[in-house]
Every structure is written in C-alpha cells, then in structure tokens.
Write a protein that binds this ligand. Structure first.
Ligand code: ZN
Length: 105
C-alpha cells in the first residue's frame, strides 16, 4: 500500500509515515505535558519544604536564645571533684548551643 502526498515538486512522503510522525508527536507532547506537571509538583514540594525549614529555623532560634540566656559561663572544677556541679548542670546545654552555632554559621 503506497498512499503518498507531495510536498513541492519532488518530495513524496508516505501517508503511513505521516501518521507515524503524528503519533510520535502526540506521544512527545503527552510526555512534555507530564514532565511539566512533574516540575510544577516539585516546585510546590520545594516551597513546602522551605516553609517547614523556616518554621524549624525560627523555633530553633527561639530555643537557642532561651538556652543561651540561661546557660552561665563555664566554671569547671572537675580537676578538684569530678564531675563538678557546673559540668553536671550545664555541659549538655553548652553542647547544644555549640552544635546550633556550628549549624548556623
Ligand atoms: Zn567540670
């Protein structure tokens, strides 16, 4: 079966090839449409994650300020009677403050 169409004077394209090209074009368009939806979805997901991260950052800042205010300067006397009162009460807070500063510099 050789249905043909003419383009200009010389080029002849089989109708079946045109149909196949149209089918491939439709497939490519559908693929592009799905990709576009996926990119949009990922954009929405990124915005959601950024908002979550910002809320956690804000909450972390509040905790940091509160803990920093309530944690005294180091006054260790472990060399006399370990573990000393200062370390027992404040070492964990100092570690947390240090970790927060490291993560936020
Ligand atoms: Zn100590």
């Amino acid at each position: 079966m050789s249905e043909t169409i003419k383009i200009g004077n010389h080029e002849v394209v089989h109708i079946t090839e045109v149909r196949e090209l149209r089918r491939q074009l439709a497939e490519a368009n559908e693929y592009a449409r799905k990709l576009s939806i996926k990119v949009t979805d990922q954009g929405v997901e990124i915005q959601r994650l950024q908002a979550t991260l910002q809320r956690k950052q804000d909450a972390g800042d509040l905790i940091f300020e509160e803990l920093d205010d309530k944690t005294p300067e180091r006054n260790c006397s472990c060399h006399l009677f370990p573990p000393c009162h200062d370390c027992t009460n404040h070492a964990a807070s100092r570690e947390a403050i240090k970790a927060w500063k490291e993560a936020n510099k």
